[in-house]
Design a protein around this ligand. Sequence first.
Ligand SMILES: [Zn+2]
Length: 309
Amino acid sequence: MHYHQKTIKQKVQISGKGLHTNRQIDMTLCPGSINSGIWFLRTDKPGNKPVKVTSQNVSDTILATTVGQGPESVSTIEHFMSALGCLGINNLFIEINGPETPVFDGSSLPWIELLRNAGLRTLNSLRPYYAVRRPFEMTLGDKMIAMVPDHELVIDFTIDFPGFIQNQRKSFTFTENGFVSDISPARTFCLLSDVEKMQAAGKALGGGLDNAVVVSGNGIILNREGLRFPDECVRHKILDFYGDMTLAEAPILGRFTVVKSGHSLNHKFLATILNTPGLLELVTPTRVPGETYVSLVSPSPALNAAWAN
Ligand SMILES: [Zn+2]
């Protein structure tokens, strides 16, 4: 849990290939001030307005998470967002000269290394978080997300692609170091036949063995270096889910049980829990005088007591 708001120490420029466009994309990350949030500005078209990264601004969830409309939109933000969430960065202004963030190796680790190298700045303001107050569940076909109250963030994810990736399940309790070592290196994955289909449709043009785990129809991993974890695929799904939940703009503490979900259900679920009164409560932590420690006392003990009963 990050109790203080954060940004980066200095401006940093990065470049990399876009997964879907296969174009070189340049990004400039600029420090943001307290309560400013995460913003993208597409600089490749003059007159564009910046787009705030929020649940309300999600415009597309097919294959990736996209915010903003038309020439102002930015796609494939989930791996970048999961890195920001992991490090607790909640204020950042990003100039980008193309429609998607660079893919790098298909994981979040390069983003985390880059942001840590840029240096983080802790801002003099505590950061509110959401506490789950009531259980809630949403299904979409065979996909499901359920949440219940908890004092920490737990993501319990199950995937099953028969004949391709058999049942994988992992439960992850969020800590920054745990996310960096166990979740952030997990790469995106796909079936070889899907890559061929996507490329025929003009998508995933930059996709390949250097930025995804590619699995043949009979479940053989085509990457020469093999997997980074035996259950790398479910770890990547936790990475994606966590990245999508950062669009709440405040960390969420609760236990999430997720089965086969993808970006579409993730964002439908997030929009619903943010807009349904009583499911989440925005809590502002209170500082303990004389200590850097921040107490986790909820301002509404009545609600806690109600749940405990
Ligand atoms: Zn992903």
